[in-house]
Design a protein around this ligand. Structure first.
Ligand SMILES: [Zn+2]
Ligand SMILES: [Zn+2]
Length: 175
């Protein structure tokens, strides 16, 4: 989605609102979108050759539970604020506000393409770890049984060999 900023660039204080629904898929690695991405916000000329972007991104993703790998639906509601400066104004900008230069994105066209900003913010907004339930018991490391669906027989066999020796020894002492 591109926002035309030809007019905005010339008028400090000018503002352009936008709202759209993105049906296309984004590459989010392990996560997959389960809803279209809703984007809403505005670009405002805040003076000093800077265009400020305020954007809210809402959608929903499916991720794997960190313990049992079951599908977990996670709503995402992200707020983005970025600053943009046109390439043409770069020399002027650097002379004036060198310190802030690192936080500004530069662009060449008469429009701002929001696709990359949306993609990056979706990736950054993904939770590192999700659980299907707060007390998900996970998967048995021996047989792979999903312990949420029922226990397996591994526990019984997993007796510490040292304890087994001790148990045998105790039996002998009693007899
Ligand atoms: Zn789980
Ligand atoms: Zn098991």
């Amino acid at each position: 989605m591109k926002i035309n900023i030809a007019r905005l660039r010339k008028e400090p204080g000018a503002r352009e609102d936008f709202a759209f629904i993105w049906e296309e898929r984004f590459d989010l690695g392990e996560a997959s979108l389960t809803k279209p991405v809703q984007v809403q916000g505005y670009v405002v000329n805040t003076g000093g050759n800077i265009l400020s972007l305020f954007m809210r991104i809402s959608t929903e993703v499916a991720l794997a539970c960190s313990r049992c790998l079951d599908r977990v639906i996670v709503p995402l509601d992200l707020t983005v604020t970025d600053q943009y400066c046109h390439e043409e104004d770069r020399p002027k900008f650097f002379a004036d506000e060198e310190e802030d230069a690192a936080t500004v994105f530069f662009f060449k066209e008469d429009s701002l393409d929001l696709q990359q900003a949306i993609q990056e913010n979706l990736l950054l907004g993904l939770p590192m770890r999700v659980l299907c339930t707060p007390d998900c018991p996970g998967i048995c490391p021996s047989c792979g049984q999903n312990l949420k669906e029922g226990s397996c027989n591994c526990r019984k066999r997993e007796i510490d060999p040292r304890l087994e020796v001790l148990t045998e020894w105790k039996k002998k002492m009693k007899s």
